[in-house]
Design a protein around this ligand. Structure first.
Ligand code: FAD
Ligand code: NAI
Length: 492
């Protein structure tokens, strides 16, 4: 057994090393060009965004069939499911990002990337106006044959006064860094004050508004950090820290079945997380949250030292602008760009597609799972559109009526083959703290609903498997080992 174990480990190390080497040393790519060898036009696809939807599309797309341009202000892909683990250092930020350029370099043909914001799309002229990110503003227009809008969403504040100014969101890397800084500063400032000073209690009150998965997972991570690490280095202060979740509805994690909600709420309460349910925040100032109890209609004041706002999504300006241009008859959802069952933007069918959180289609929710599948689906659509284009081009240069007829039949068949998008819901997972997770999943027809430590192992292996590169998987696994053996960092 020892001998085979040794050989197995050796082969495993060789395989992983080779795979990591291959990943960081991409092969030669074919250059972009205006036309193909047969003289037909090589069409341009502009992809906006570098998130779940856009990167899934880029990874699945045969880039030798198109000139592909990616535009995103974020020059990396962010593995959001592990973002709630980063403010407290369970997972390091560098471990869950993958540069767009390295993803682009691994595709068959050259992909152009511009680090820029898309400001406006002109659906008639088929152009997108972009502005560079950085100190100076460089602006330009890009022409496209097909545009894929995958710009995601921004955190919603429901225009509640004070939210934008005083709270932190949890959507981007910079948000995680901001929360970490605020938590550490609050703790260090509180340490300067007397124990009976109400200001000390305020500074040590960490409030999460929104009991959806973002808010609940972050509160769970924060509780872990306080219990497992801060308690070792600042035992007295760690006992004074109060973590609260303020949630407008009667439950947190409402996407899960009731028994898993009950299990999570019980674990949170036992762990000392104050669940303020049926409580809707109405106003925020520098030190206090003002919320209405939905039963009694009374207003409550909740002092806070750090406020994390996680109440869901709102459309980004570029998406709103596009919706306005296409008009309320075509674009009539406040949740995002209305698309049809082939991901085409209603009002700009055939040229503009929208995927992920920026898009709205009944029954599809703003999750990574949906965005990922939509990106993959769109790659298959573009493959068929390329074949159709090639057949149309062939028809232009031949005089044989039978051949043209046969090509037209093939074209019709290919159009028919562009199936509607079918979403496969594999279920939901959430980390609830204290090395426990909940799962409501269905894989290959088998469904599993569970909670606890074993589910946490399942959660870990599922998320490790979903990481976009081997490098990410390796780094995340190392981070988890580090936390297990030597704990999280207690400084910035
Ligand atoms: P995003 O991934 O948000 O990407 C949008 C991209 O567009 C970004 O690269 C952004 O920089 C870029 N962009 C923005 N504005 C512009 C512009 N003007 N021009 C060009 N580019 C632009 N879902 C799950 O299924 N499971 C989970 O466990 C899970 N965990 C999550 C945890 C957190 C903390 C958060 C915030 C979300 C989580 N989600 C999860 C939801 C999931 O992250 C989103 O549904 C998913 O990211 C949507 O993918 P997307 O491509 O539409 O948008
Ligand atoms: P969400 O929309 O899922 O939850 C927001 C919560 O905030 C709701 O429960 C809502 O009732 C509450 N809320 C709204 N306004 C409020 C107010 N004024 N006061 C108090 N509470 C208020 O948003 P979240 O968690 O940011 O998730 C966004 C998307 O990302 C969802 O589709 C979610 O499924 C997905 N996601 C999935 C994860 C997972 O599968 N583990 C993890 C994180 C996000």
């Amino acid at each position: 057994i020892f001998k085979y174990g040794l050989i197995g480990s050796f082969l495993g190390i060789v395989y992983v090393s080779y795979a990591l080497y291959r990943e960081s040393n991409p092969r030669k790519q074919t250059p972009q060009s205006a036309t193909f060898e047969n003289g037909s036009k090589r069409k341009t696809i502009v992809i906006l965004g570098s998130g779940w939807g856009s990167i899934s599309l880029l990874k699945s797309l045969d880039t030798s069939q198109y000139n592909v341009i990616v535009v995103s202000p974020r020059n990396y892909f962010l593995f959001t499911p592990l973002l709630p683990s980063t403010p407290v250092g369970t997972v390091e930020l560098k471990s869950i990002i993958e540069p767009v350029r390295s993803i682009a370099r691994r595709s068959a043909s050259e992909v152009t990337y511009f680090e820029a914001d898309a400001l406006a799309v002109d659906p008639t002229k088929k152009t997108v106006h972009i502005k560079s990110v950085g100190e100076k503003d460089y602006e330009t227009d890009l022409s496209f044959d097909y545009l894929v809008v995958g710009v995601g969403a921004q955190p919603t504040t429901f225009n509640i006064p004070g939210v934008d100014k005083y709270s932190s969101f949890l959507k981007e890397i910079s948000d995680a860094q901001d929360i970490r800084l605020k938590v550490m500063n609050s703790i260090e400032q509180a340490a300067l004050l007397e124990q009976d000073d109400p200001e000390r209690a305020r500074l040590l009150s960490f409030v999460v508004v929104g009991g959806g998965p973002t808010g609940a997972e972050f509160a769970a991570e924060l509780r872990d950090y306080v219990d497992q690490d801060l308690s070792k280095w600042m035992p007295s202060i760690s006992k004074e820290i109060k973590i609260s979740i303020v949630e407008a509805t009667p439950h947190i994690l409402s996407m899960f079945p009731q028994n898993l909600i009950d299990y999570s709420q019980d674990l949170f309460t036992k762990g000392g997380i104050d669940l303020r349910l049926k409580t809707a925040v109405k106003k925020v100032d520098e030190t206090t949250i003002y919320a209405e109890n939905r039963d009694t209609k009374e207003m409550e004041s909740i002092p806070y030292g750090v406020l994390v706002w996680a109440t869901g999504n709102a459309p980004r300006p570029v998406a709103k602008n596009l919706m306005e241009q296409l008009g309320p008859e075509k674009q009539n959802s406040r949740r995002g760009l209305v698309i049809n069952d082939k991901m085409e933007l209603v009002g700009a069918e055939g040229s503009i597609y929208a995927i992920g959180d920026c898009a709205f289609y009944p029954g599809l929710f703003p999750t990574a799972q949906v965005a990922h599948q939509e990106g993959d689906y769109l790659a298959t659509v573009f493959e068929k559109l390329h074949k159709i284009d090639q057949l149309k081009f062939a028809n232009e240069s031949i005089n044989d009526a039978n051949k043209i007829k046969s090509n037209n039949t093939k074209i019709d068949k290919l159009y028919k083959k562009i199936d509607k998008f079918h979403y496969h819901h594999y279920g939901s997972l959430a980390y609830i703290g204290n090395e426990q997770a909940i799962a409501d999943v269905t894989v290959n027809g088998y469904s599993f609903k569970g909670a606890g430590a074993m589910t946490f192992l399942f959660w870990k292996s599922a998320y490790l498997g979903m990481c976009i590169s081997l490098r990410n998987k390796f780094l995340v696994a190392m981070d988890w080992c580090k936390v297990y053996f030597i704990g999280r960092d207690s400084s910035i």
